[in-house]
Design a protein around this ligand. Structure first.
Ligand SMILES: Cc1cc2nc3c(=O)[nH]c(=O)nc-3n(C[C@H](O)[C@H](O)[C@H](O)COP(=O)(O)O)c2cc1C
Length: 329
């Protein structure tokens, strides 16, 4: 029986965890070993006070990193038992993972794991080819397997209603100078281990666009042309909206994104309608669902692209301080 995870196991799993998505690619996570368990924490240094005052985005990102961590450990034959937010007195710790009984990974775990390095936010227009029914089913199953729901918007009325909510949320945010300034500090035109490279920013928005693209300084496009015909738009939601629900939703988000990648699909996230409370409520009512929307995604067949950079593993790991009995060994 394993007594605990080693520093080598932690390092290998964190290498995969940090491939998770995060708002403006802030990578708001830290990982440490404590008493043989791996702890995932929100990094308070990487909060976005103007864009994410409640910490929702950081908890979604940490939940997504946690999903990668779980997969990585499972594929290495050392799956984890996870406790979410284990210390009420230390709410920044979003999860603690301790070794479960070793076993061989399932084929499903192996294919999702293989998708970790291939996934990236694809903000370029998607091809018109529709997402086939079996892939849609798999995406919904991925959300359900992580105790969340995924609503796939069917028909122009539903998609237009969401577009209207998202565009008005985008306008609300763009009127806030603190939000605009904060975003500009995370746009990168030079190589950088964090932030959003302009090359990944996607084309600039046009007034006729159905969905608002967050402005990451992407390239110009011919004016007056539609962005893409009709993407599949999906809303991920959780049962409630506590901090724990948001960590659960982050895991579900990553499972949905990896499932999409595994099915040969591309995706990008649109979170303006989640960040503006009135828009989020309007979205919830328009879907007629119990629970809380946690992310909007566009999903489809995309053009090739590349993964964005991450900070090195050493920068996000806190190794245990040697106690007197182990020091010097
Ligand atoms: C909570 C959250 C909100 C996000 N919101 C948006 C968004 O509104 N627009 C967007 O283009 N990308 C959004 N993203 C995607 C991030 O910008 C992206 O994950 C990050 O830049 C890293 O790039 P990658 O996904 O290609 O690895 C969001 C990601 C997370 C986790």
């Amino acid at each position: 029986m394993t007594t605990g995870y080693s520093a080598e196991q932690l390092t290998a799993a964190v290498h995969d965890a940090v491939r998770a998505p995060s708002l403006h690619n802030t990578q708001p996570w830290r990982f440490r070993l404590r008493d043989g368990g791996i702890e995932v924490r929100v990094d308070p240094q990487r909060r976005l006070p103007a864009t994410d005052p409640s910490g929702w985005g950081a908890r979604i990102a940490c939940g997504a990193a946690l999903f990668n961590l779980r997969l990585s450990l499972a594929v290495a034959g050392t799956p984890a038992t996870v406790r979410l937010r284990p210390y009420p007195a230390d709410p920044d710790v979003v999860a603690r993972l301790v070794p479960d009984v070793p076993r061989r990974p399932t084929p499903a775990e192996q294919s999702l794991y293989a998708a970790i390095d291939r996934r990236f936010s694809n903000r370029a227009p998607f091809w018109p080819d529709p997402v086939p029914a079996d892939a849609r089913w798999r995406l919904g199953e991925a959300a359900r397997a992580e105790q969340c729901w995924l609503e796939l918007l069917i028909g122009t009325t539903a998609v237009n209603a969401l577009g209207e909510i998202a565009r008005s949320a985008h306008r609300v945010l763009e009127r806030d100078p603190a939000y605009v300034t904060e975003r500009s500090t995370w746009i990168r035109s030079e190589p950088s281990p964090d932030g959003v490279p302009t090359a990944a920013g996607g084309p600039q928005s046009e007034p006729q666009d159905l969905l608002p693209q967050r402005g990451y300084g992407g390239r110009n496009r011919p004016p007056g042309r539609d962005f893409e015909p009709e993407p599949l738009v999906a809303v991920l939601g959780s049962a409630g909206n506590t901090a724990t629900d948001q960590v659960v939703a982050g895991q579900a988000l990553q499972r949905v994104l990896l499932t999409a990648t595994d099915a040969g699909l591309a995706a990008s996230m649109i979170s303006q309608p989640i960040e503006v409370p009135g828009a989020r409520e309007a979205l919830r009512l328009s879907l007629g669902r119990f629970g809380t929307p946690q992310m909007v995604m566009r999903i489809g067949y995309g053009q090739p692209g590349v993964a964005t950079p991450r900070r090195s593993v050493d920068e996000v790991i806190d190794l245990p301080v040697a106690t007197p009995s182990t020091a010097g060994r």
